[in-house]
Ligand binder design. Structure first.
Ligand code: MRU
Length: 349
């Protein structure tokens, strides 16, 4: 069976990705040779998780360059800009999508590239660099975050912020993994995360493969375990963090953060600096993706709600900074006041 070492890989000018819609029951690798297909793969969530989306978009731009018939640099740039338009529409909250596309466009406009073929080579190299940097950044974040974990801690995480949400290693799950690799005796609780069940399907699968024996809980159960005193610390990912430390992450994260404060439990988003959007003063300005109603009216393709019912399905919510203990980045942990500390960690890049 063909397997990938990373969530997505570039082989012979093709993008390969694990189809995360099918895990854990089936392990299927999809191959993409066209940027339109890779944009659709991001939209339908073959690949998901903000750093992985960023890398997939970067490779999507590389595919657009390779498939363009443009002979001149200016014609190729025009084709790249129209590919960027399509890719940008795939997941509006995921800021790394925009960040990675902008990085690719910046590479394309490098004056030292003499021909369209130089540009194509530079774009493939840049997409690979974005992917490789992600793994390195995640390991640095994991070192900082793992220092917050004590022997014997029970950690709660939400959605999937693991290797599958990134190119490899993970953000919030990377922290848990690092603590485990350091030999700390830890317990991990995975929130199932309706509607798409990334916790039950992906986080549970990843933690089991890592040899961390996780406990899966239904989305409603977190309050119970927090009040019982079972949970000591919470780590989550983020799809976009505003300049004031308001954190957008998978729907349900806000509820966990409020409960954490009520129960005296530290709450840490784990956020690469590429996910910090200093152009937005606060979280109210973060666009929230609304997804298809079938994600709510069905589970695993089985209809559970009456036909004709009205449905709300925001994919993310915003946790106000007052509920955030600290924000773990690759450049260290930012603490309140976040307006100051986030700028500091971003500029330390
Ligand atoms: O809708 P998804 O599955 O793409 O949402 C993923 C999350 O919310 C993650 O927590 C976030 O992308 C951070 S992942 C490192």
């Amino acid at each position: 069976m063909e397997t990938l070492e990373r969530t997505l890989e570039w082989h012979d000018n093709m993008l390969k990705m694990i189809d995360q819609r099918l895990l854990p029951l089936e392990y299927v690798i999809r191959t993409y040779t066209d940027y339109l297909e890779s944009a659709e793969a991001i939209q339908v969530m073959v690949i998901r998780g903000v750093p992985a989306i960023g890398a997939a978009a970067a490779f999507g731009m590389a595919l657009a360059a390779l498939n363009s018939s443009a002979l001149s640099r200016s014609d190729l740039l025009r084709d790249l800009e129209s590919a960027a338009e399509v890719l940008r529409k795939s997941r509006p909250t995921a800021v790394n999508l925009f960040w990675a596309i902008d990085r690719m466009l910046h590479t394309a406009t490098d004056e030292s590239l003499e021909s369209a073929s130089d540009m194509r080579e530079a774009l493939v190299r840049e997409a690979q660099r974005i992917a490789d940097e992600d793994v390195e950044v995640n390991k640095r974040m994991a070192e900082h975050g793992a220092a917050l974990i004590k022997d014997g801690d029970t950690i709660l995480t939400h959605c999937n912020a693991g290797a599958l949400a990134t190119v490899d290693y993970g953000t919030a799950l990377g922290v848990i993994r690092m603590a485990h690799e350091q030999g700390k005796r830890i317990q991990a609780f995975a929130d199932e995360t309706r509607p798409r069940l990334q916790g039950a399907r992906l986080t549970a699968w990843e933690l089991m493969r890592l040899g961390i024996d996780p406990t899966l809980i239904a989305a409603n159960d977190a309050a119970y375990y927090m009040r019982q005193g079972t949970i000591n610390i919470i780590f989550v990912g983020s799809d976009r963090t505003a300049a004031n430390g308001d954190v957008a992450n998978k729907i349900g994260t806000y509820k966990l953060a409020v409960l954490a404060k009520e129960n005296g439990i530290p709450f840490y988003p784990v956020v690469p600096t590429s996910t910090i959007d200093l152009s937005l003063a606060n979280g109210d300005l973060i666009p929230i993706e609304e997804r298809d109603e079938h994600e709510v009216t069905e589970i695993g393709g089985v209809r559970i709600a009456p036909y004709g019912i009205k449905v709300g399905n925001p994919a993310f919510d915003v946790t106000p900074q007052r509920y955030v203990t600290g924000i773990v980045t690759e450049n260290g942990i930012a603490y309140p006041p976040f307006e100051v500390s986030l700028r500091r960690v971003v500029s330390r890049e």
